[in-house]
Write a protein that binds this ligand. Structure first.
Ligand code: SAM
Length: 335
């Protein structure tokens, strides 16, 4: 976990920072009811989106500063043109980077074999329902079969699969046993995430919120759960359970009821080149103009990242109704 200086990157509170989430686009081919429904579609202009070459330079800088794990996200990353070539370029330039992707998997089929070749170690797939009609209701598109095809190909290619489902009371909670069965049958980690009041707060409904603890309660009726602390031990946000006699695991991510800010090791860069040190804070640092100014460039960006890290928040703001709902939407931040 060290950069070229030989020192681990740390924030002002002493937390090690080793993980960058880079959003390659704010555009998405789905319209999930909890993230960005159809009527609210406005996209960032092309000229404001970082070019792949600029992203490659930022990844190199992050690597030099101590980032060892990179997650490509969006919007939908596979919806950006030439995304696979970008992944190949990252691998070529930064062979040692632990490279992962977060995707809705609707455009994944046909690509996992190549991703495995490029050393993508894990793919996180957002999948909120295993029922065709509910999937279409949540996402606005009837694409469940494409997602399942992509998941199957990842497993065949030997890529680790994590499924992320946003827990929506009354919408997909009846399917918790079906998700447990999925994790029992296949070597997959299924994680239910608490519905967060980020972005346009109008999307968040208290009646659709269910705590991680209640999800575990429902899920543990479907199988015998054995707590597995290995993710937490390595700074991961999920509380996981092995399923007795099963191939995979089930777990929950609880940003609201039991936040994990004390061990937050993340930085985020949005597709339009803004650095965020905390998902829940409104504070952003504009890197794009600096990057495009030859007099400033990466040296200035490095200084800004170092400065931003000094004040990386504790993140409890999400629990503050004054801030919740005022940050950008997840599709613009990258989750
Ligand atoms: N398109 C990709 C995908 O679907 O995985 C990447 C971007 S998506 C914004 C990243 C993650 O954010 C997804 O797992 C999504 O479910 C999650 N997300 C979006 N809005 C959320 C919310 N209000 N609460 C909890 N998770 C949310």
């Amino acid at each position: 976990m060290t950069g070229t200086s030989g020192k681990a990157l740390r924030d002002g509170r002493g937390r090690a920072v080793s993980y960058l989430r880079l959003s390659v686009t704010d555009r998405c081919n789905l319209a999930c009811m909890y993230c960005r429904p159809k009527e609210s579609f406005t996209f960032i202009g092309h000229d404001k989106i970082l070019r792949y070459e600029e992203m490659l330079d930022l990844v190199g800088l992050a690597r030099d500063m101590g980032i060892v794990k990179l997650r490509l996200t969006g919007g939908e990353p596979f919806a950006r043109r030439d995304f696979m070539s970008f992944v190949a370029s990252i691998r070529e330039r930064y062979p040692e980077m632990d490279l992962r992707i977060t995707t809705n998997a609707t455009l994944l089929a046909g690509r996992p074999a190549m991703l495995a070749k490029l050393g993508v170690s894990a793919v996180n797939i957002s999948l909120d329902s295993l029922d065709q009609a509910t999937f279409a209701r949540i996402t606005g598109h009837d694409r469940l079969s494409a997602v399942l095809q992509g998941i199957g190909e990842c497993l065949e290619a030997g890529i680790r699969v994590k499924i992320n489902a946003v827990a929506l009371r009354g919408i997909n909670t009846a399917e918790i046993p079906a998700f447990v069965a999925m994790a029992e049958k296949s070597p997959i980690d299924v994680r239910f995430i608490e519905f967060m009041p980020v972005g346009d707060g109008n999307l968040w409904r208290p009646e659709n919120y269910i705590s991680a603890q209640d999800v575990v309660e429902l899920a543990s009726r479907a199988a015998e759960f054995v707590p597995d602390d290995s993710d937490r031990a390595t700074g991961g946000p999920a509380r996981m359970y092995r399923i007795a006699g099963g191939a995979g695991r089930f777990g929950v991510i609880s940003p609201l009821s039991e936040h994990f800010c004390d061990t937050c090791n993340r930085l985020r860069i949005t597709a339009d080149g803004k650095l965020r040190t905390c998902l829940f804070s409104t504070k952003e640092y504009r890197l794009r103009a600096m990057l495009r100014n030859p007099a400033l460039g990466l040296a200035a960006v490095r200084r800004v990242i170092a400065l931003a890290l000094r004040t990386k928040p504790l993140g409890y703001e999400v629990l503050d109704p004054g801030t919740a709902g005022k940050t950008r939407g997840m599709s613009a931040i990258g989750g």
